[in-house]
Design a protein around this ligand. Structure first.
Ligand code: SF4
Length: 283
């Protein structure tokens, strides 16, 4: 095995231990500096980021958790965010933590949009179109999401769009359609989404559909009970609304209106002006 792959295996194991036990691995500054000298597709600063205050000679210590979305630490520049996201994307592109998905995918689907976005939309997983094109929300549901974003007053490029899962859930050979990700798949891939959110630091996250809510919050409930109210993801305001694919299946104007009302709550939260035309808008 080549050194970079061996290093990736070690890092993935540490991440799994962190996710399963809740304890974050620590490394000394000397060890991190030594690892950073080594050419690797993986940036070790992500490990450092998980253990910013690892005390000397206390490898079992559990450092304080990060406050995602908090504005207290110095705000990184857009360029820094772009570089950090690119480093995570490189790791995702070679990830084989879910062997069945790694072998069936055409490519990973990381995320797209402004690294400095105020709003981050999170869906469940790539479908066939996204797997083919390498970009989230590019099929019919994606076109509807783009329409919603534009109606809110943003170009699609101005927000950030990602999924909980970065690989298309595999389906039996010869079958059509997509399947939802399993809880285990979402748990395995969730650290990448956490990193994306941690880097982007959006002011608002919008969870699209019940599966995205489960991936983000670990909560299962009917969407009629979840949507339309503010929740929180590690300190960042989280709005839950229907997945655009639901609106394609259910063309009821009242359901579409609910999504639009949820988006107006997002605009209000961001203190964006809402025109009369927007208030009366129906998707
Ligand atoms: S779904 Fe996520 S964790 Fe699983 S192989 Fe793909 S990138 Fe890795």
């Amino acid at each position: 095995m080549q050194f970079p792959q061996a290093l990736e295996t070690v890092l993935q194991t540490l991440e799994r231990m962190r996710d399963e036990t809740g304890h974050r691995p620590c490394a000394s500054r000397m060890a991190l500096d030594a690892l950073n000298q080594i050419s690797s597709p993986r940036k070790i600063d992500s490990l450092e980021g998980h253990a910013p205050s690892c005390p000397k000679n206390n490898l079992g210590a559990d450092p304080p958790s990060r406050d995602y979305g908090a504005a207290s630490s110095a705000a990184p520049s857009k360029t820094e965010k772009t570089d950090k996201l690119a480093a995570v994307q490189t790791r995702v592109s070679v990830c084989i933590k879910c062997p069945n998905l790694a072998s069936s995918r055409t490519q990973t689907v990381f995320g797209v949009g402004n690294p400095d976005a105020e709003i981050m939309f999170v869906g469940e997983a790539p479908g066939a179109d996204e797997d083919a094109q390498g970009e989230p929300f590019v099929g019919r549901a994606g076109q509807l999401l783009t329409k919603i974003i534009r109606a809110m007053g943003f170009p699609r490029e101005e927000v950030y769009i990602a999924n909980v899962l970065k690989c298309r859930p595999d389906v039996p050979a010869g079958s059509f359609g997509n399947r939802p990700p399993t809880p285990r798949e979402m748990q395995t891939c969730r650290p990448y989404l956490m990193e994306q959110i941690d880097i982007i630091r959006p002011k608002v996250i919008v969870a699209l559909g019940a599966v995205a809510v489960e991936g983000l919050l670990g909560t299962r409930a009917p969407m009629r009970e979840l949507r339309g109210r503010w929740d929180s993801f590690n300190g960042t305001p989280l709005m839950i609304t229907y997945h655009p694919a639901y609106l394609l299946r259910n063309q009821s104007p009242s359901e579409k209106r609910k999504v639009w009302e949820d988006m107006m709550l997002v605009l209000e939260r961001l203190e964006k002006p809402i025109s009369e035309k927007q208030r009366n808008y129906f998707l």
